[in-house]
Design a protein around this ligand. Structure first.
Ligand SMILES: Cc1cc2nc3c(=O)[nH]c(=O)nc-3n(C[C@H](O)[C@H](O)[C@H](O)COP(=O)(O)OP(=O)(O)OC[C@H]3O[C@@H](n4cnc5c(N)ncnc54)[C@H](O)[C@@H]3O)c2cc1C
Length: 368
């Protein structure tokens, strides 16, 4: 008896996907970066993204635009001017006092209206609290794809955005494409991309865009701004020197040895995830895939094994010094300097040695 013919096997992965971009999306051109400003302060991740955006725009042969949304006035104008110094060819500006404080509703309207009017092919935002909230709402409203927490952004051979991010608990990297929709949206966490050089430049072409919304249209009201007093003022992501401790330190008391060394070096302190889970250290000090990404000039890791989820947060450090009793610890695979010894004994000795040698002036110089 003859066997029924088997259907031809579908090619796996991307090859089986429908690649043809619908006609109405073909007009989408140029790369945009959302410039995140709050209370007159631009989040540095916006400038880091301008560096990535510039590279993508150059590869695609298109323009790089900054998108500045905020209240009328000096701070918004300053953010626009600064965006040119970080490589913008032009800036879209939606300035309205309704936009003084971030609210999802008003910012989503401003950004989606801008996208629908000027049609960018790529839209990048920082994976900050604000950026994550806004990106999700904008992608949902536009019915397009969003790849969150990317670690790499590239242009593929067919000019689509290849957005790479960790998956399966950080043990694998996957590259995600938005094949049939535009814009292709991605968020990137602070410090994942390097900061581009700032070049003094006059303000370029600015396209003003009206918000088309009044205060009465917005359901959410800001009654007052109360800063979180419990929020540690850690500048971990942007610190030049970071000292961190892991489970190898054995107790919260021993973790104080990390804080003491950090204090003498004028450094920030951090930790691996289990220390946060045990309640020894606050969550804003966690370094790694689900914590902060750091790019210091010097990173000292004491009693940290170097699991992949920790590694992805420290890979951008200039000099990694690891202290671990186990000479086969994975951290030694990527540390620049390996100290195979007991961190509980070495840390106080290091603190004392640095205390003797470093004046406050020298500490400032190291960190500058
Ligand atoms: C989805 C997911 C997300 C995660 N995100 C993160 C993240 O963001 N950040 C993060 O750090 N982890 C994260 N993890 C956890 C990660 O997989 C590891 O479990 C964790 O990093 C291990 O922490 P550790 O190195 O402190 O502890 P361990 O792996 O237990 O390592 C302790 C190390 O200390 C050494 N040691 C022991 N005694 C001493 C001593 N006296 N002196 C010196 N060395 C000593 C040991 O040899 C060992 O290498 C995540 C895991 C998952 C599944």
């Amino acid at each position: 008896m003859s066997q029924p013919a088997k259907p031809a096997p579908q090619p796996a992965g991307r090859a089986s996907a429908k690649k043809e971009l619908p006609e109405h999306f073909k007009a989408y051109k140029h790369v945009w970066v959302f410039i995140e400003q709050e209370r007159g302060h631009v989040h540095p991740v916006s400038w880091e993204l301008m560096g990535s955006g510039r590279r993508l725009a150059d590869k695609l042969g298109v323009q790089l635009a900054a998108v500045v949304i905020g209240p009328k006035g000096e701070a918004t104008q300053a953010a626009v001017a600064e965006s040119f110094c970080y490589g913008a060819d032009l800036a879209y500006v939606c300035a309205d006092d309704v936009l003084t404080d971030y609210r999802n509703e008003s910012y989503t309207k401003a950004l989606t209206d801008l996208v629908n009017t000027y049609k960018p092919e790529i839209l990048l935002l920082g994976a900050t609290t604000l950026g994550r909230d806004l990106a999700g709402a904008v992608a949902t409203t536009l019915l397009t794809g969003l790849t969150a927490d990317c670690t790499e952004l590239e242009v593929d051979s067919d000019n689509s955005l290849a957005a790479t991010r960790p998956t399966f608990g950080g043990s694998l990297l996957c590259t995600i494409y938005t094949l049939n929709f535009r814009p292709q949206m991605a968020t990137v966490r602070p410090r994942v991309m390097s900061m581009p050089d700032r070049v003094e430049k006059p303000v370029g072409r600015v396209i003003e865009f009206p918000l088309g919304l009044v205060e009465a249209d917005i359901v959410t009201k800001i009654l007052a701004f109360v800063p979180d007093r419990d929020k540690a003022t850690s500048n971990l992501a942007y610190a030049d020197i970071v000292v961190a401790g892991g489970l190898g330190l054995n107790s919260p008391e021993n973790f104080q040895l990390v804080r003491q060394l950090a204090g003498v070096l004028g450094a920030e302190y951090g930790c691996s995830r289990p220390l946060v889970q045990k309640g020894w250290v606050s969550a804003d000090r966690q370094i790694g895939q689900t914590g902060k990404t750091i790019r210091p000039k010097l990173y000292i890791a004491a009693g940290i094994s170097g699991a992949i989820q920790h590694r992805v947060g420290v890979d951008g450090s200039d000099l990694i010094v690891a202290i671990n009793t186990d000479k086969n610890a994975p951290i030694f695979d990527f540390a620049h300097l390996a100290l195979v010894t007991d961190a509980i004994r070495l840390l106080p000795a290091l603190t004392e040695a640095f205390r003797k040698r470093l004046s406050a002036h020298t500490r400032d110089r190291i960190a500058s």
